[in-house]
Design a binder for this molecule. Structure first.
Ligand SMILES: NC(=O)c1ccc[n+]([C@@H]2O[C@H](COP(=O)([O-])OP(=O)(O)OC[C@H]3O[C@@H](n4cnc5c(N)ncnc54)[C@H](O)[C@@H]3O)[C@@H](O)[C@H]2O)c1
Length: 331
């Protein structure tokens, strides 16, 4: 006779019914990935206008594939036909086997939504949150199916960036951890196991450590913003597209890098908070392309062309470095 655990075991090949809660910057792209890989998706948001906007963004992403000759228009129609939109949360998750939440980063809001998800789903569902910073233990403790709650942390733009961090919370069951991992692999992503929740998981910790130094160099006028970006892109940025940092050090020599660390660590920036330059920018509202000015000047108007140019380059790199990801033949 099968044990309780066996009875609750779900095979990834069985997962075809998905729901994405929150159709913003991340949610629309996550829904697109599920639909591209053969799943039905119910996309939820709090207003019809937001859902219409999300579908427009997905349409534009698919149109770019067609424009670049990566997929035909039929593919776009098939993907779009797999996504239905709704402003009714219970309706969104009815029959769903895998739910991804991507609503704003606010713990009370997320707990409220997870309570509703808990009540409207069966025991075998996976309840994934895309939180970047919030403790999932608090979410898991607030609901009955805490063992089915997991962090799957995607990166912007989610339909193009391969890696998704799969983070095990204290209450996440081993089965949920593996199921989410295998499902994301089926979705042609490059999931990474994160064995316990630490602030920033892997990627944001590493990125933030680098960016602390970048801002310090800029504030201390060691180089211009243009030259800092040029230096990083054309040196370790390029290498990192092909090898991870640990493999890079192995090739350069662990002993050599060790000496470098001994010499450099004492002089690296160790600020406990963002530097003055950065704080002033935020206070002045110079918060990047969306406001026309950040570390660089963008001028007024639409940034869709900047985003499109980024996506064209990302797609070219993906084809080279991840030929099966994020998409390929239609399923
Ligand atoms: N933006 C990023 O680069 C990024 C990267 C990784 C993770 N995340 C995380 O993903 C989540 C979503 O981020 P985003 O950038 O897509 O946010 P966003 O503001 O673009 O989208 C959030 C969407 O959720 C909707 N929503 C659904 N239910 C809601 C409710 N009950 N109350 C309020 N809004 C509700 C909003 O209307 C909005 O459309 C956050 O937890 C964020 O930390 C973001």
């Amino acid at each position: 006779m099968a044990s309780d655990v066996d009875e609750r075991r779900t095979h990834t090949s069985e997962i075809r019914e998905t729901a994405v809660i929150g159709a913003g910057l991340m949610g629309h792209g996550i829904a697109q990935v599920f639909a591209e890989n053969g799943c039905s998706v119910a996309l939820y948001d709090i207003a019809d206008a937001l859902l219409a906007g999300a579908m427009e963004r997905i349409r534009a992403n698919l149109a770019l594939y067609a424009e670049l000759g990566l997929e035909n228009r039929e593919f776009a129609e098939t993907v779009l036909s797999r996504i239905r939109t709704t402003t009714d949360l219970a309706d969104a998750v009815k029959g769903a086997q895998y739910v991804t939440e991507a609503i704003p980063e606010n713990l009370n809001l997320k707990i409220d939504v997870f309570r509703k998800l808990d009540a409207a789903t069966d025991d075998r569902v996976v309840l994934a949150t895309n939180t970047s910073t919030l403790p999932i233990t608090a979410i898991a403790r607030a609901i009955k199916k805490g063992d089915r709650v997991i962090i799957t942390h995607w990166f912007n733009p989610p339909h193009l960036v391969p890696v998704v961090e799969v983070v095990k919370g204290e209450s996440t069951s081993e089965e949920t951890f593996e199921l989410a991992f295998r499902f994301l692999k089926d979705m042609r992503k490059e999931p990474v196991h994160v064995l316990k929740q630490v602030p920033g998981f892997l990627v944001n910790r590493i990125q933030t450590a680098m960016f602390r130094e970048v801002v310090a160099l800029l504030e201390e006028k060691v180089a211009s913003a243009e030259d800092i970006d040029k230096a990083v892109r054309g040196s370790f940025g390029l290498r990192l597209a092909t090898l991870g940092p640990l493999a890079i050090v192995d090739l350069g020599g662990v002993d050599l890098w060790y000496k470098g660390a001994q010499n450099l660590y004492p002089s690296l920036d160790a600020s406990k908070g963002p530097r003055r330059l950065w704080t002033e920018m935020v206070e002045k509202g110079e918060v990047g392309a969306k406001t026309g000015r950040g570390f660089f000047n963008y001028g007024p108007g639409d940034i869709s062309e900047i985003i499109k140019a980024r996506d064209v380059k990302l797609l070219a790199l993906l084809r080279l470095l991840y030929p099966k990801c994020p998409k390929g033949d239609q399923r």
